[in-house]
Every structure is written in structure tokens, then in C-alpha cells.
Design a protein around this ligand. Structure first.
Ligand code: GLV
Length: 309
């Protein structure tokens, strides 16, 4: 039984060690030295080259190193019938809770304006309302968004979510489907995008959507760069329709040096680190699922290929 692994090269050695500890019966092979492809039964990968996974004829499961699986599903030659498991692990969830909470609070408490005042040596008492009068909306309400909403709810924020199907969380108003998107946006002062990137959500953060938000709303995108039309973000910031944007993801990553976002006074950039899969807890999830599969059970957190998440 062998697992092939394709993390970033700089992390390869430590991933191998962690896999070895958690799954001693499993032979862990490097992507560049797969050995006999027929002996590979599991793949644990981030962005494998298109067509590559098809060369492993006996693959039983493909594990995504990240929560998103768009890096896998864009491969037109993905082997049929092999389950794809997205990463759901507590440390990744915790990281996103921290990121979302930090940036929602920063916008809520007028962080950008206060930072600008400090730069200009301005002493002006900017008084902000408290959380119950701040309306935060989640675009996408999967594991990461729900966990973040729980914490924001405990802080008292007025919360809503928009997703494909209705969601049922106490204290979070649920909107779903294209018919309810406008109503969701109309009540959202801080918009947090945690959607999966699918054909239905690509480019969703565009001028039309921004126009439905209250004037001066803020955007936090910790989903994918493919969700955002970057020129539309710049236009919405210029008109004041968006007061600020915190962007963890971009159409092109790393963000090119010439991007206007780098120096934009209303934009905060983070380099796709909103939340990162942690090795030990990730491998525990992979090991749990491999044990399930070997016992003839269905793995958890399997992606619906048709829906794209
Ligand atoms: C990161 O982007 C992930 O999908 O986990």
C-alpha cells in the first residue's frame, strides 16, 4: 500500500515524517519518484499536473492538501470514479476563524481609518457602534464559514449567510440561491467570501454584486482569486462603493509586483495564508479516511464532483 505525496518541495521532508508516524504501514513516495505507478493506492496532493493522477491505475482515493479542490477539478483527465476528499481539519478551521475574526473586527472598529489618522498625526475620536449593530454576511457557508460565524455570533455581530441551499444556524439569517442574493447583499456591511471556486461562483465578486451592497461596505476575500474581478474591486474602491478590501487571494499568485493592490491605501493584502493546513492534524484526517476505506467504509468529506466542492 503506497501513498504518493505532492506538497511544496520545501515541506516535503516534514510531510513524509508525519505520514510515517501516523501511517507506519503505508509506503510514502515522493511525487518525483513514484516507483511502480500500479502500487500507488492513495494520493495526497496540491495542484498536480493535469493528467498525472490518471497514471495511477489503482488509486483508491485522492486527498486534497487544502480545503479547496478547484486545483484538482480543473484537471480534465482526473480519473473517473475515484473519490476526492477535501481537507477538513481542526487547525485549518481554527486558522480561518482567527483570520476572519481579525479582519471583521478591524473593519468593524474602523481600523483602516484609525491607521490613516495615526499616519497623519490626527487625533480624532472615531466612535464605532458595537457588534450587534454591525451586519456581517458570509458568501458561502461551509465548514470554515460556519466555524467563523460561531465566534462572530458570540461577539454579538448581526450575521447572515448566502449559499446554494438554506442553512440553519442559530443567530445567522439564511439566504440562498440567486433569487435571494440581492436581499442578502443589501443587509451586508462586511462581506466575507468563503465560497468554493466552481463554475457557478467564478467571478462572483464583480461590479454588479458590489452595487447591491450598502455604499461603503467592506470586502474580505479568503476564498479564491478566481472569485474576484480585480478591476471591479478597484473601481468600487475608487467610487467609495467599497470602503476597503482585505484580500488573501488573487487572480495571479504570487501577486505580481506591478499590481495596483500592493500600494492601494484601502487594500490589505495577505499572501494566501488566511489559513493553512497543519501537517499533524491533516495527516490524522488522511489516516482516519484510509482506515475507513481499508475497512470498506465510505471516506468522510468526499467532494461532489458535479457541484465542484
Ligand atoms: C487553501 O487555499 C486551501 O484550499 O486550503
Amino acid at each position: 500500500m503506497a501513498l504518493i505525496i505532492k506538497p511544496d518541495l520545501e515541506h516535503l521532508r516534514s510531510w513524509r515524517d508525519v505520514v510515517g508516524d501516523a501511517l507506519p504501514d503505508l509506503e510514502c513516495r515522493d511525487w518525483d519518484k513514484p516507483g511502480d505507478p500500479e502500487s500507488i493506492e492513495y494520493a495526497f496532493v496540491w495542484a498536480p499536473p493535469p493528467g498525472a493522477l490518471r497514471t495511477f491505475a489503482n488509486l483508491k482515493c485522492i486527498f486534497s492538501i487544502g480545503a479547496g479542490v478547484d486545483h484538482l477539478l480543473k484537471d480534465p483527465d482526473l480519473p473517473d470514479g475515484v473519490p476526492i476528499v477535501r481537507m477538513v481539519e481542526p487547525e485549518l478551521t481554527q486558522g480561518m476563524i482567527e483570520y476572519v475574526t481579525m479582519h471583521v473586527l478591524r473593519f468593524h472598529r474602523e481600523g483602516p481609518a484609525l491607521e490613516a489618522q495615526q499616519r497623519d498625526r490626527v487625533w480624532h475620536e472615531l466612535i464605532t457602534p458595537t457588534a450587534p449593530s454591525r451586519r456581517v454576511g458570509f458568501l458561502g457557508f461551509g465548514v470554515l464559514a460556519q466555524a467563523s460565524a460561531k465566534i462572530l455570533s458570540a461577539l454579538g455581530f448581526d450575521l447572515a449567510c448566502w449559499s446554494r441551499t438554506p442553512k440553519n444556524m442559530e443567530g445567522v439569517a439564511s439566504f440562498h440561491g440567486s433569487d435571494e442574493l440581492a436581499a442578502f447583499l443589501a443587509r451586508t456591511e462586511i462581506l466575507v467570501c468563503l465560497l468554493p471556486l466552481t463554475p457557478a461562483t467564478v467571478g462572483i465578486l464583480n461590479a454588479e454584486l458590489f452595487a447591491e451592497l450598502p455604499h461603503g461596505a467592506c470586502l474580505i476575500n479568503a476564498g479564491r482569486g478566481g472569485h474576484q474581478i480585480e478591476d471591479d474591486i478597484l473601481d468600487a474602491l475608487a467610487s467609495g462603493q467599497l470602503a476597503g478590501a482585505t484580500l488573501d487571494v488573487f487572480q495571479t499568485e504570487p501577486l505580481p509586483a506591478e499590481s495596483p493592490f500592493w500600494t492601494h491605501p484601502k487594500v490589505t493584502i495577505t499572501p494566501h495564508i488566511a489559513s493553512v493546513t497543519q501537517q499533524k492534524s491533516a495527516i490524522e484526517q488522511v489516516a482516519m479516511n484510509i482506515r475507513r476505506i481499508e475497512a470498506g467504509e465510505v471516506p468522510l468529506n468526499v467532494v461532489d464532483r458535479a457541484l465542484g466542492y
